[in-house]
Structure formats: structure tokens, C-alpha cells
Design a protein around this ligand. Structure first.
Ligand SMILES: [Zn+2]
Length: 95
């Protein structure tokens, strides 16, 4: 099964960040290993054992896991999103 193309994945990543389905801040530590067969948090396709899987530590809740390509897209979109989204009113960025 073909994975969605990059444009579609970027849109999906943006939507998932906005809705809070994906973390809004990149976790500090990541674990890369063999695919577990579980679904990728971005594209929702299973990560096969023949592929790399990136797993992020999470303080409770669901652990985000990604294909190599999906985590690159997620981090890229996340950086763009953080740059574009104004700081929250109770935590001004420029003051
Ligand atoms: Zn994926």
C-alpha cells in the first residue's frame, strides 16, 4: 500500500498538531528502532519491521510513534507551526 504523498502528510500533520492529536512540542528524547507493526501517529499506516520506527517518550497518554519520513515531516511542520502561532496571552513571547 502506497503511503500518502508529502503534501498530504504535511496537511495532516498541521491538522493533528492543531487538534492536539500530535504533540505541540518536540519531546527531548526519541528512540529509533525496528518497526513494531503498530500504526504511525501521523499517516496511520502500520510501521513494518523492515522499516525504522521513531518513538517518543511521553508523560502518560499515548506514545507518538512515526515512520522515519513521518517524523521528519512532523518536526518540520511543528517548527513552522510554532513560528507562526502567536504565543498564548498568558505567556507573552516578546515582552
Ligand atoms: Zn507514517
Amino acid at each position: 500500500m502506497a503511503l500518502p504523498d508529502e503534501t498530504a502528510l504535511r496537511l495532516l500533520a498541521k491538522r493533528k498538531i492543531e487538534t492536539g492529536t500530535l504533540p505541540r512540542e518536540a519531546p527531548e528524547s526519541a528512540f529509533a528502532g525496528k518497526g513494531s507493526g503498530l500504526s504511525c501517529s501521523l499517516c496511520e499506516q502500520p510501521i513494518a519491521a523492515s522499516e525504522y520506527e521513531f518513538e517518543y517518550a511521553s508523560d502518560g497518554g499515548e506514545v507518538p510513534r512515526f515512520h522515519l519520513r513521518c517524523q521528519e515531516i512532523w518536526r518540520l511542520v511543528l517548527t513552522e507551526w510554532q513560528t507562526r502561532t502567536p504565543a498564548r496571552a498568558d505567556r507573552p513571547r516578546y515582552s
